[in-house]
Structures are given as C-alpha cells and as structure tokens.
Design a protein around this ligand. Structure first.
Ligand SMILES: [Fe+2]
Ligand SMILES: [Fe+2]
Length: 265
C-alpha cells in the first residue's frame, strides 16, 4: 500500500503546483491514501472551506494543519458542520490533536481506503519554540491506545529537529510514518527506522521557493534589517511540490520504504 503525504501548501503558488503534479504522482505510484498539510493554503495563513473542498476534489483523503489552523475563522464553522463520527469532508480536516481540551475540531481521523484498509491520520504539534500544545509524547501514547487501525500516519508539526527526531524514535514500531511539517524546509533524512516506521524530519512546503519559507523575500528581509513591523505576503516564484511517498504492509502497518519528492514547473 502506498501513502502520499504532501507538505504544507503555501498560497496560490503552492496550490497551483500541487494541482499540476498530484494527479500523475498518484497514478504513477498507485497511491492508496493521500494526506495533505494545508495550514498555509490560504495566502500563507490558514485554510478556507472552499480551498479544503478543492483539495478533496484533487484526491486528498485527509487534510492536516498546525499552528495556523485558526487563521481563517470560517474553517471552524466548516469543521463544526460535520458529526464527530462521520466520514464527511469537514470531519477529515484536522487540527493538532494535543491542543487544549474542548476546542473545535478533531486531531485524529480514522477511515478506510477504497481498497478496504483501515487507517488513522493523526495531527500532532510540538512544543519546542512553539506555544499552544500539550506534551505530545504522553498525549500520543494515550491516543494510540484507542486506535485499532494498523496503518497510522502522524503529521508532527514542530519547529525543532531534535523534538521531531525524538518523536520518530518514540513512535518507531508503533505507527506507519512520522512525517514532519511546519519549517517549510525539506530535510534529507528520510529513512525507515528499525521498527518499521517511515520518518522524515520535515517534508518541506509545497509553495514558492524563491521566498523566505513562503513569504516575499523583500518583506522578510526588511523586517530582519529594520525590526519594523510589516505585512507579510505570499511569494510566487519557483514553486515546488514537496512530498513523501511511503510504502507499507497494509496488514501490519509497517513501512518498507520512504521516498522524498520535490517537483517543480
Ligand atoms: Fe506551515
Ligand atoms: Fe506551522
């Protein structure tokens, strides 16, 4: 079974490059499950219901997010429009699971592929150099105890490489893949850990790489040079789709291979 995980879609350039490539990648690699991190799809900040629908139309099964999940308020109504136990599209948009209790939305989606394989996708957020999340290490221990699917994909949305690498080892042999998001910079450390968990510290953004992690270079440089506040805008140049392809045994959930993908124009 093959899983395609697409890194943070950033703005219109990211949406366009994913639209160009996702179809042929899905076909060429006989992809069974598509997970996309869409936290920056709306101009770099958040996700709208319409953009979520567009990504589902492109074949996404589950959309993950991160610290930008609340940037577009209308996404909350969209998430709330789905019953908890449904498989509808709004229910398949996730926010980090380990936020404060009682917030809107869900951090886990459990579903079944068209081929009949049960799977779970978990959106988890780190705490090093990030605020708003509870201890992801203990949280996921409790979470995994209640999940029956063997095929489990974890989007670990975190800043620090150390926290992400540690999470990979923490979950090795217990989940199919731990794939990092949030930094928008792909790392070259993709591997299958000894217990059978595919791991990559950061999948990288799907967005404009002539930028500073998605934002117009001039605007970010001006901020670093002057420390003056300024509005950030999504860049457009040199778009790439960054993703990871994971092959796994659907019966055990153990990964056998992970491949890093970066596709441009
Ligand atoms: Fe992001
Ligand atoms: Fe993020």
């Amino acid at each position: 079974m093959n899983i395609l995980f697409v890194g943070d879609i950033f703005g219109s350039a990211g949406r366009k490059i994913v639209r160009e490539h996702i179809g042929h990648v899905r076909k060429a690699h006989e992809v069974d499950l598509v997970v996309i991190n869409a936290e920056n799809a709306a101009g770099g900040f958040g996700l709208t219901p319409q953009l979520a629908e567009d990504l589902f139309d492109l074949g996404a099964d589950v959309l993950t997010t991160g610290n930008h999940v609340w940037d577009k308020r209308e996404l909350i109504d969209y998430m709330n429009s789905a019953p908890s136990d449904s498989g509808t599209r709004p229910r398949r948009v996730l926010r980090p699971a380990n936020l404060q209790p009682g917030l809107p939305g869900h951090g886990v989606y459990e579903g079944t592929t068209q081929g009949g394989v049960d799977y779970a996708v978990i959106d988890l957020m780190g705490r090093v150099f990030m605020s708003g999340a509870n201890d992801p290490f203990h949280f996921i221990n409790d979470l995994l105890a209640g999940i029956k699917a063997k095929v489990i994909v974890v989007d670990f949305h975190a800043e620090a490489t150390s926290e992400k690498v540690a999470m990979g080892w923490h979950l090795d042999g217990r989940v199919t893949a731990v794939l990092g998001t949030h930094t928008h910079v792909p790392t070259a450390d993709e591997r299958v850990l000894p217990g059978g968990t595919a791991y990559q510290t950061d999948v990288g953004m799907s967005g404009p790489y002539d930028s500073v992690i998605g934002v117009e270079t001039d605007l970010v440089l001006r901020k670093f040079l002057t420390s003056m506040p300024g509005k950030f805008e999504a860049a457009k140049g040199n778009p790439k789709m960054c993703a990871a392809l994971v092959a796994c045994d659907p019966l055990t959930g153990r990964a056998s291979a992970i491949q890093r993908i970066m596709l441009g124009e």
